[in-house]
Design a protein around this ligand. Structure first.
Ligand code: TRP
Length: 333
């Protein structure tokens, strides 16, 4: 099933919200190009999603919408393993075992836990605390070589490596120690209203801050038109120009042009015209994805079969590691 010569890449995305243009340009768009060099495994981390309260019907829908979107952006299920985390019980099983090899003190240092528990002070559950252990289980079950993650997950990858090394020190080489990977191409997209912070719903109350991949195309155009800029009317990169720099980055990321070429292209152009060009470029990228997404959404049998096959392929690999681990810790065979 896996090509022995290729390295294994594993990543996951939570279905707690719809992907933004930032998620797309920073992660998803790059994922589809990895398959030539790696064996790729991508999961929908719905077990992580319930660490904050979710509406069940809504979570179920968003989980399915996300796997549909994975395929729509070009992750071919024949060439990548894509699956629901909750479909592979090995994640929960290994997570429990790894909990017993993880110290409270280590988990206490996780900045994301601190942030999330202050944001959800009414629901600081143990799942939120042991979230990095489940993530370690995700990664380690597949003998992953490489994990493409954003800056915000770096600490979680570090603890995953520590847990794996600790386990290996006791029981021998059970787990591959994964490396982090910040893709070469992959843009860091900032908010349209708050360009000093990454494009995220939680960074601004303004609905125009974030573009979602499934936004109506006219809405996308309007959000870009309303994005904050500055008053000097010059299109160039600059620390003093976070709004314009961000739009230039978005333009470069969707067109594949270099930053310099994008900057040169708009020299002397007014802000209105520039925003129009950025909007057009984004829409050109997003439109076919939305069309594909709608087509796939109506093909229930196909999506069902992708989910089923993904779960089977993932389980096969995950169970091999889990069997080894159970044996090592002394569970009956
Ligand atoms: N915690 C990650 C996030 O919120 C998602 C995730 C879950 C993940 N399991 C993973 C990422 C394993 C990489 C590898 O972005």
């Amino acid at each position: 099933m896996l090509d022995e010569k290729k390295k294994i890449i594993y990543s996951a995305m939570q279905p707690s919200g719809y992907p933004s243009l930032g998620n797309y340009l920073g992660a998803l768009k790059n994922w589809k190009n990895l398959k030539d060099d790696f064996d790729c495994i991508f999961s929908i981390a719905n077990m992580h999603a319930i660490t904050v309260r979710q509406d069940s019907a809504n979570l179920r829908k968003k989980t399915r919408d996300l796997i549909t979107l994975f395929i729509a952006i070009g992750l071919d299920p024949e060439k990548n393993i894509i699956y629901y985390q909750s479909d592979v019980p090995a994640h929960a099983e290994l997570s429990w075992i790894l909990n017993c090899f993880t110290y409270m003190g280590e988990l206490n240092r996780m900045t994301q836990f601190k942030e999330k528990s202050s944001k959800h002070s009414e629901n600081i559950n143990s799942g939120l605390f042991t979230y990095p252990v489940l993530m370690a289980a995700d990664i380690l079950l597949y003998q992953t070589d490489v994990v493409p993650v954003g800056e915000d997950q770096r600490q979680h990858l570090e603890i995953c490596r520590d847990i794996a090394e600790r386990f290996n020190n006791i029981y021998g080489e059970v787990f591959k120690i994964p490396e982090g990977f910040i893709p070469k191409v992959g843009a860091r997209i900032m908010g349209l209203q708050n360009p000093s912070k990454k494009m995220s719903k939680s960074e601004s109350d303004n609905d125009n801050n974030v573009i979602y991949i499934l936004d109506d195309l006219n809405l996308i155009r309007n959000k870009i038109k309303r994005s904050v800029t500055d008053s000097d009317n010059e299109i160039r990169y600059g620390e003093d120009k976070p709004g314009i720099s961000n739009l230039l980055n978005i333009y470069s990321a969707v067109t594949g042009k270099s930053s310099e070429d994008s900057e040169n292209e708009f020299r002397g152009v007014g802000y209105g015209e520039f925003k129009e060009a950025v909007a057009e470029a984004v829409i050109k990228e997003i439109r076919p994805i939305q069309e594909k997404y709608r087509e796939l959404s109506s093909d229930k049998a196909y999506i069902d079969s992708v989910i089923k096959e993904g779960a089977d392929k993932a389980s096969y690999i995950a169970n091999k590691t889990l069997r080894k681990v159970k044996k090592k810790v002394g569970f009956p065979q």
